[in-house]
Write a protein that binds this ligand. Structure first.
Ligand SMILES: Cc1cc2nc3c(=O)[nH]c(=O)nc-3n(C[C@H](O)[C@H](O)[C@H](O)COP(=O)(O)OP(=O)(O)OC[C@H]3O[C@@H](n4cnc5c(N)ncnc54)[C@H](O)[C@@H]3O)c2cc1C
Length: 280
């Protein structure tokens, strides 16, 4: 294993699906739900997109009975950049396996160049499948409208801030404004009656979700918190103990660099963690 892999291990469960499944079993034993993600993005040829699709189908079969068969996938690794039809075909075949094993597939959201297309593909798939969910990013100017549309369609949404560098014309840049947008979108999702996923490590947003749900008498069974593997593990357990659904996003695989880099850029404590290990 190269030394960087050692540092990435805080955020990535391992290289093999079995590593991720073992991490999932440990979390499951603590009452924490998981979604598995085989890392990889920006696939440029059809063969690679097919291999990624096959890996996602296999992964659904590998997750042991008892643990929810919940995976997250990226459209750019399913052939989105090559052809829309290819991407729809690949994702449909994953959803078909998910249906057979009682699983659920979340379409992660990537950079803003792919947003419209990803929502379009999601809506097309949604006509035939009810085991698929979308991600919306609170920092995009368009997201309040996308949330209203998703509420109207009764889609299952994961709300997050957004992890990609975007220009001011496309996305809010100021954290206070992003938080305001996140709260407004989260309130709409919580009130919608559809099962909402609130994906953040930000205590202000977690508290706001809890307070809003309590004020509006929205039962904790109607939504879940989501956090990333390696980030705030004590908080996962506290939320479970307080009666909330908690899901951890468990990434694995050899193509961890772009994911790892986004985590480092997001938060200086993550960089400090890497540096501390470098000099230990
Ligand atoms: C399950 C999940 C799925 C995601 N899926 C996507 C996706 O599909 N597309 C996408 O663009 N992005 C995705 N993201 C990433 C997301 O958009 C943000 O980039 C990322 O979550 C960082 O924002 P944040 O709200 O968690 O907190 P940040 O903005 O990083 O931090 C804000 C505050 O949160 C608290 N905090 C954060 N981390 C810690 C910590 N480790 N310990 C203690 N306090 C902490 C601190 O108070 C901090 O000041 C996902 C995130 C999660 C959790």
């Amino acid at each position: 294993m190269n030394p960087l892999t050692l540092f990435a291990r805080r955020f990535v469960a391992g290289e093999k699906p079995q590593d991720a499944v073992r991490a999932g079993e440990r979390l499951h034993a603590k009452g924490i739900k998981v979604t598995f993600d085989k890392l990889g993005e920006d696939v440029k040829d059809e063969g690679a997109a097919k291999r990624t699709t096959e890996a996602a189908r296999e992964l659904l079969g590998l997750i042991p009975r008892g643990i929810e068969r919940n995976i997250s996938i990226k459209m750019s690794s399913m052939g989105q950049d090559i052809s829309r039809d290819l991407c729809v075909e690949n994702v449909s075949s994953i959803l078909e396996v998910a249906r057979q094993v009682g699983g659920f597939v979340r379409l992660d959201m990537e950079g803003s160049k792919l947003t419209q297309d990803t929502i379009g593909i999601f809506q097309e798939l949604r006509k035939r499948h009810d085991n698929v969910g979308l991600v919306l990013q609170a920092y995009l100017h368009r997201t309040p409208d996308d949330v209203k549309e998703a509420v109207r369609r009764r889609d299952r949404v994961r709300l997050c801030k957004g992890a990609y560098r975007e220009p001011p014309a496309v996305a809010l840049q100021d954290m206070a404004e992003i938080r305001r947008s996140f709260k407004a979108c989260a309130h709409l999702l919580l009130e919608s009656g559809s099962y909402a996923a609130i994906a953040t490590h930000d205590e202000e947003l977690i508290r706001d979700t809890i307070d809003h749900a309590s004020a509006q008498k929205i039962p904790s069974s109607r939504f879940e918190f989501q956090m990333l593997y390696g980030l705030r593990p004590r908080r996962w357990e506290q939320l479970v103990a307080a009666g909330y659904n908690m899901r951890v996003y468990v990434p694995f695989g050899t193509h961890w660099m772009p994911y790892f880099y986004r985590r480092l850029r997001e938060r200086k404590e993550n960089v400090l963690f890497v540096l501390k290990n470098l000099f230990r």
